[in-house]
Ligand binder design. Structure first.
Ligand code: NAD
Length: 311
């Protein structure tokens, strides 16, 4: 039902997601401010455009995968933004997969549903927006096995499902606009705190003389077992093929984790929720950034427990 699909933000995640859409047979049109990544797509014969507006004018649905809320606002409402078309919008579906604050997702969704379409498309006469952040990281983006958390109208979610399924495996509807973004920041808050808990316990274990390999065996067959202990262990050498075993290169950047915790803290404030762990976790990940490790995988927080000490 979608002929042309626009994709904006061809970074670590977006380039791989766009490739999977291309593999699935969609007519993909792309844009990024980075001309080098655009060239990689144009070299493959993929149509590239110089602005978000031009992408929108050539697409039935558009997906954005950008660093943060400010970038998303710019791509949607900036001077060459997608919503800046004079005579109604061509895309009838906008999907934002960036991790951003739920308030921005809700505002954009309201603006879009109050806009007009340039003609009737896909059986609807008003455009719709879905906030659909992902979990899974670069490897899952590559293999098309991301988890999508989707907020927005159920009807829009149903029509977008084939698109999601060409980039992901688990597609979970979370409710109205902003609920995908809310679910994502809750997921990352829990992941941050569990990574800190496991790192702190391993660091203490090491200081008390228990080897990380021994503690890992115990955790993974006991009540402390979690993703941070059995899949993404933060201690170098304990597991193969995790960032900890390649000097924390690649993976999920510490600065992105700090950003997500800030979003959780701000959202918590807005609804007067108690979020003490969020504040502590944000502070620790910010310190790791200040120590110069902002672009390393967030599991490098394990090393933070030894900073300032002779290891
Ligand atoms: P990235 O920095 O690698 O990619 C972002 C891309 O957006 C870059 O290519 C950049 O040039 C482009 N961009 C920035 N501003 C733009 C603009 N105004 N117009 C067009 N293009 C613009 O980031 P990423 O790792 O791909 O992450 C993207 C989003 O996905 C973030 O919100 C992140 O939190 C989230 N996320 C990342 C991971 C991960 O493991 N990397 C996992 C889940 C979710």
């Amino acid at each position: 039902q979608f002929q042309a699909v626009g994709f904006i933000g061809l970074g670590n995640m977006g380039s791989r997601m766009a490739n999977n859409l291309i593999k699935a047979g969609y007519n993909v049109v792309v844009h990024d401010v980075n001309h080098d990544v655009m060239k990689k797509f144009s070299d493959k014969g993929i149509l590239t455009k110089n602005s978000p507006l031009e992408v929108a004018e050539a697409s039935d649905a558009v997906i954005t995968m950008l660093p943060s809320s400010a970038h998303v606002i710019d791509v949607y409402t900036g001077p060459r933004g997608m919503l800046n078309s004079g005579n109604g919008l061509r895309p009838w579906l906008f999907i934002d997969s960036s991790t951003i604050d739920p308030q921005t997702s809700r505002k954009l969704s309201a603006t879009i549903s109050n806009s007009n379409l340039n003609g009737e498309r896909g059986g609807c006469d008003t455009p719709a927006m879905l906030d659909a952040p992902v979990s899974g990281g670069v490897l899952s983006a590559e293999t098309g096995s991301l988890t999508f958390m989707v907020g927005g109208s159920e009807e829009a979610y149903r029509s977008a499902k084939p698109l999601f399924l060409s980039m992901g495996k688990n597609i979970i509807y979370c409710g109205g606009p902003g609920n995908g973004s809310s679910a994502k920041i809750c997921n990352n808050l829990a992941m941050a705190v569990s990574m800190l808990g496991v790192s702190e316990a391993f660091a203490l274990g090491q200081s008390l003389g228990v080897a990380a390999t021994t503690l890992t065996k115990i955790f993974n067959s006991s009540s402390a077992r979690c993703w941070s202990s059995d899949t993404y262990n933060p201690v170098p050498g304990v597991m193969d093929a995790v960032p900890a075993s390649r000097n924390y290169d690649g993976g999920f950047a510490t600065k992105l984790m700090a950003k997500d915790l800030k979003l959780a803290a701000e959202s918590g404030k807005e609804v007067e929720a108690k979020t003490p762990m969020t504040f502590v976790a944000e502070e620790i990940f910010r310190e790791v950034c200040k120590e110069g490790h902002g672009t390393r995988d967030f599991s490098c927080v394990f090393r933070h427990y030894f900073s300032g000490k002779d290891e």
